[in-house]
Design a protein around this ligand. Structure first.
Ligand code: ACM
Ligand code: ZN
Length: 490
C-alpha cells in the first residue's frame, strides 16, 4: 500500500502489510522528550500507536493518519516526525476579492491537513477595507465597496463587503481548534486607498478619492506628518488586536511610493523635526512608531521587506522576504533579525502554472545563498500567499493553490534532503479525493508543469490582462511625467 503523506515525514520506515483496525486498537499516549509539534506513529499487527507531548503533536499525528487511511486500512510503518521550520504560513488576500467564511474555512481545513500553523489574513488594501472597526465606521460604509473593478472584467456593478467582528472571531476560533495562529494584516502607510476614500484627511493632499479599481501600486498613501494618522492607526490596531490573540501583527510596509511625501509640507516638516534624511527614512520613522505601539500592547510586528530600506527597522520585527533585489533580507538575518521566506517567483500562487509551474515552487530552497551560518538560523519559516486581483471565485483559488501550497507545506516541514519531486507529484495526486471530500477541486495534473507552449499560453493569459487601454495610457502618461520632471531638474 502506497504511503501518500504530505508533507513527507522526516523519519519513515515501511514494513509492508496493512490491516483494518477497530477503534480500541488505536492507542494515543503522551511521551516525554518530544517537542511541541513532534509525534511518533507505530502501526503493526497489534494496533496503531501514537506518541506526542502536546495536543498539537497529537493533531499532526491525526492529520498523517487521515492521509494513511485507505477505507479503514492502514499500512504497517513507523514514523518519527518533527518539522524543519517552526513557521509554516499561508496568506489569503480578502481585500481585492472576498471569500465567504465557509470558503475560508475550507482552505484552513486543507492547510491544517498539510500541517500549516499560521494563517496570515490580508484584510485591507487599496481596493477594499474588509474588517469592521467601530471607531471608524466609514471604513466599512465607504472603504469596503468599490464601483466595479478594473482588473478582472469590465463589470461596473458595485463590489464589496466586509467581515463582522463575530465572523472574524469565528474564523480565529476555527483556526485555534486546528492549531493555526491567525495574523491579521493592516497594510500601512501604502495600500491604504480604501481607508483614505473613507477618511480623505489622512492623505497628504486631503482630497476626496474613490476606492481603487485597478491593480498595482498607487501613489496615494497615509500622510506621515499628520498626528491624526498615527492616532487612526493606533485605534485600528487596538480594535483589531482584540480579535486576534496571536503575538504577531502584520503592518505591511510594502510598496509605498514617496512622491506625495516629498511634496507634502507636513511630511517635510516631520523629516526636518526628526532629523531624518529623506522620505525613505520617514517610512522608517512611521513603521517604528507603529511598532512601538504594538510593543506596548505586548505584540510583535511582521513587515514586508521594503521596511528594511530605511535601515532603521527596530530589532524584533519579523521580516517577510517577498521581493528584495538588494539582499537586505540576508543582511538582516545575518545580523540577528528573524526572516520568513515568501518568494515572489516561487511562492506567489496568484501567478498561474505557466508562470510558476509546480516543479518551480517545489524546487525552491528558502535557505538563500547569501545567508551565513547565523542567518540560516534566523529563517523561521516559509509563507505562501494567494493575492486575489485576478481570483474572483473559490474555484479559481483552489485551482491556483492546489497542489502548489502542498509543495510549500513540504518545504516548510520536510528536511531538504528528504524531498523528491517525482514522489511528491504521486503523493499530491493521491490526495485529490481527500481534498475533493473537503470541497476543494485541485488543478488537473496536466496543468501542473506545462510544456513550453503551455507556459507561453499561461504568460499571455496573465500578462494580457494588464494590456487595457487605461493601463497603456497611464504608462505613457507616467513616462511623459518622468521625462518632464527630469527636464525641470536639469
Ligand atoms: C507584496 O506583494 N506587495 C507584498
Ligand atoms: Zn504628508
Amino acid at each position: 500500500m502506497a504511503v501518500n503523506i504530505i508533507p513527507m515525514p522526516n523519519k519513515l520506515f515501511e514494513y509492508g502489510g496493512e490491516k483494518h483496525f477497530r477503534k480500541n486498537e488505536f492507542v494515543f499516549e503522551k511521551k516525554e522528550g518530544l517537542d511541541e509539534e513532534d509525534y511518533e506513529l507505530l502501526i503493526n499487527e497489534n494496533g496503531v500507536f501514537v506518541s506526542y507531548s502536546t495536543e498539537k503533536g497529537r493533531f499532526y499525528a491525526e492529520k498523517t493518519l487521515r492521509q494513511l487511511d485507505n477505507d479503514g486500512a492502514y499500512p504497517f510503518l513507523r514514523i518519527a516526525d518533527s518539522p524543519r521550520f517552526a513557521y509554516r504560513a499561508f496568506m489569503i488576500d480578502s481585500a481585492r476579492h472576498m471569500q465567504t467564511i465557509d470558503e475560508i474555512k475550507k482552505y484552513i481545513e486543507a492547510a491544517a491537513l498539510y500541517k500549516f500553523n499560521v494563517f496570515h489574513w490580508h484584510l485591507s488594501d487599496d481596493q477594499g477595507w474588509r474588517i469592521e472597526i467601530e471607531k471608524y465606521p466609514e471604513l466599512t460604509k465607504v472603504g469596503a465597496f468599490r464601483n466595479g473593478h478594473g482588473f478582472t472584467s469590465k463589470n461596473k456593478a458595485v463590489y464589496g463587503g466586509y467581515y463582522t467582528k463575530a465572523q472574524i472571531k469565528e474564523v480565529v476560533e476555527f483556526c485555534r481548534e486546528r492549531h493555526i495562529e491567525v495574523i491579521p494584516e493592516i497594510d500601512m502607510p501604502g495600500h491604504m486607498i480604501a481607508a483614505i476614500a473613507s477618511y480623505p484627511e489622512f492623505s497628504c493632499e486631503g482630497k476626496k478619492i474613490d476606492v481603487e479599481l485597478n491593480a498595482g501600486v498607487h501613489k496615494t498613501i497615509l500622510c506621515a506628518g499628520n498626528e491624526n494618522v498615527f492616532k487612526f492607526c493606533f485605534d485600528v490596531i487596538d480594535e483589531v488586536c482584540e480579535l486576534f490573540p496571536c503575538k504577531y501583527f502584520h503592518i505591511g510596509g510594502d510598496e509605498a511610493p514617496k512622491k506625495l511625501w516629498d511634496n507634502c509640507p507636513k511630511c517635510k516638516e516631520r523629516i526636518r523635526e526628526e532629523g531624518l534624511k529623506d522620505s525613505e527614512e520617514l517610512q522608517g520613522y512611521f513603521v517604528n512608531r507603529i511598532i512601538e505601539h504594538l510593543e506596548e500592547k505586548g505584540k510583535a510586528p511582521v513587515v514586508w521587506n521594503e521596511s528594511l530600506k530605511s535601515g532603521m527597522l527596530k530589532k524584533g520585527a519579523l521580516v517577510a522576504d517577498w521581493m528584495d533585489r538588494e539582499n537586505l533580507c540576508e543582511e538582516w538575518a545575518n545580523n540577528g533579525g528573524k526572516l520568513i521566506i515568501e518568494d515572489f517567483f516561487h511562492y506567489y500562487l496568484d501567478y498561474n502554472y505557466g508562470i510558476t509551474p509546480l516543479r518551480k515552487t517545489y524546487s525552491f530552497n528558502p535557505m538563500l545563498e547569501k545567508l551565513d551560518i547565523e542567518g540560516r538560523k534566523n529563517v523561521v519559516g516559509v509563507e505562501t500567499p494567494i493575492w486575489t486581483e485576478f481570483v474572483e471565485d473559490f474555484e479559481k483559488l483552489s485551482w491556483l493553490c492546489f497542489p502548489r501550497m502542498m509543495a510549500v507545506a513540504e518545504t516548510g516541514w520536510t528536511n531538504w534532503g528528504r524531498r523528491n519531486y517525482r514522489d511528491f507529484v504521486k503523493r499530491a495526486e493521491a490526495n485529490r479525493p481527500i481534498l475533493l471530500s473537503m470541497g476543494i477541486n485541485m488543478a488537473p495534473k496536466m496543468d501542473w508543469d506545462p510544456l513550453p507552449l503551455g507556459r507561453l499560453k499561461g504568460r499571455v493569459s496573465h500578462y494580457g490582462k494588464f494590456l487595457t487601454r487605461e493601463n497603456i495610457s497611464n504608462f505613457i502618461k507616467e513616462k511623459q511625467e518622468k521625462k518632464a520632471e527630469k527636464k525641470a531638474e536639469n
